[in-house]
Design a protein around this ligand. Sequence first.
Ligand code: FO1
Length: 331
Amino acid sequence: MERRDRVVALAGGVGGARLAHGLLLALGDESPYERIDPADAQPSPIYPLTVVCNTADDFDLYGLRISPDCDTVLYTLAGLANPETGWGIAGDIANALDMLRRYGAEIWFWLGDRDLATHILRTERLRAGWPLSAVMRAFGQALGVQANLLPMCEEPVATLLRTSEGELAFQEYFVRRRQNDTVLGVRFEGIEQARVSGAVRDAITQAQAIIFCPSNPFVSIGPVLAVPGMRDLIVAASAPKVAVSPIVGGAAIKGPAAAMLASMGYEVSAYGVATLYAGLIQGFVIDRADAADAARIEALGIRVFVTDAVMRDQVGRERLAREVLRFAEEL
Ligand code: FO1
């Protein structure tokens, strides 16, 4: 990509954060702009990468506001993420959680002590009237993150899942009940009040590539696209739009995407994901294991790039990100 590229990544969950990290590594030697041309210096840096992050997983626990997907992107881009889980902070310990347990509090969501600091300060600042984007910007700056991390919206939105056991809040389904329920439908409470912020609008409008990370299309990318006006904004943007498949060889790389595709009536394949993004993207990156799907995906009007779509380590993230950017340039 050129020196002045602006790339927007739509992300949620661990897979999204990992590709966002790859994009940061791939674009890293170009950031921030003022390092390239001092005459263009801005009062605050404009980074080549903007990550628009799902916030519909956000919830309250022990009086604290928790934003798991924003934090997963924050920690991953800061090089702090726990490499095993993909979420939380590497080496974190849970003394506070142990004490909560002694007090008889219910413990079902693992919160490390360092991670708790993030939730404490976020909650204080939100109560003081900061928008979530300002909280995340301050966290990013403090941790040296060389990218713009934007929540999909400032307003609270909550993913609710319709299951045979009734409607479940997202973390109730995902963590407490270990994704064991069959998901029959998804809705985003509060989405009608959500707005595309000026910062998200500018990033998408000015983008030279828009990347849909290999995140769950229903509960990670779905809420981002459901913000009123977001889908139209993305469709109208001049940038090429490329998605990376979260499904490889008929299974999700991580999480419940495959089970959700099946229970919501879609084919459990890269093709199934492509049908969800048809009309939105021009390019789709799939794994070699799914090369046989390429012709059917291209018949949807989407160009296909076949590669190793699994990010096994940091080198793999950067390699996949470079391939995605090169593919976007060709579209
Ligand atoms: N995911 C889990 O499966 N179990 C947990 O205990 C857990 C704790 C947790 C704490 C902080 C955080 O930022 C994320 C955490 N996650 C946990 C991941 C979280 O549920 C995310 O919403 C999912 O990864 C979906 O994006």
